[in-house]
Design a protein around this ligand. Structure first.
Ligand code: IMP
Ligand code: MG
Length: 179
């Protein structure tokens, strides 16, 4: 499908599945080098990151890696809100551990900054960020991203876990809003 319609909006394919998998493969290769031998807890930010986390974890092949899930919501329609709600938290003990946050996309950076603060406050040894997609032109937070898959313009996208008002998460490719 080159184009899809979700609710009232049209989207056109911009990042096919193969490009996404190639980007994830590169991220996994770098992570293997950096994280081998550490007791790592990956934290997948739901809902958007479920496909990314699944594909990355399969590529990683780190035997001592653990994964948990944090459910947040900050988007309304096609724009980010400043209010980040924690809908489901996680209970793992993170004191003294290496945490890698898995995000689908860093847009304004508000969400990731908030999550980092929470995780640091729980006593993590180090907190790293891995994001499949990054919109540098929208970024407001002053934080470093450790692993970035694909850098994209400041356009609204859907697919591969990302939604437009709950729809489009199931698409295997990434699509950009047609203006
Ligand atoms: P931020 O807090 O502005 O960085 O936004 C982070 C969250 O907003 C991401 O984890 C996504 O769930 C969502 N988001 C940001 N940009 C997009 C987009 O282009 N399409 C769909 N969701 C997005
Ligand atoms: Mg997200």
């Amino acid at each position: 499908m080159r184009r899809v319609k979700l609710w009232d909006k049209e989207f056109e394919i911009s990042h096919p599945y193969e490009e996404i998998q190639a980007a994830i493969g590169k991220m996994a290769a770098q992570m293997k080098i950096d994280l081998e031998g550490k007791s790592v807890l990956f934290v997948c930010i739901l809902n958007g990151s479920f496909m990314f986390a699944a594909d990355l974890m399969k590529e990683l092949e780190l035997c001592d890696a653990e994964i948990s899930f944090l459910k947040l919501a900050s988007y309304s329609g096609t724009s980010s809100t400043h209010e980040i709600k924690e809908l489901i938290g996680f209970n793992e003990n993170i004191a003294g551990r290496t945490i890698v946050i898995l995000e689908d996309i860093v847009d304004t950076g508000n969400t990731i900054e908030d999550v980092m603060k929470q995780i640091r406050a729980k006593g993590a040894l180090e907190v790293k960020i891995a994001t499949l997609l990054f919109k540098p032109d929208a970024m407001k937070a002053k934080i470093d991203l450790d692993y970035v898959g694909i850098v994209i313009p400041n356009d609204f996208i859907v697919g591969y876990g990302l939604d437009y008002d709950r729809r489009g998460r199931n698409l295997k490719d990434i699509y950009t809003l047609v203006k």
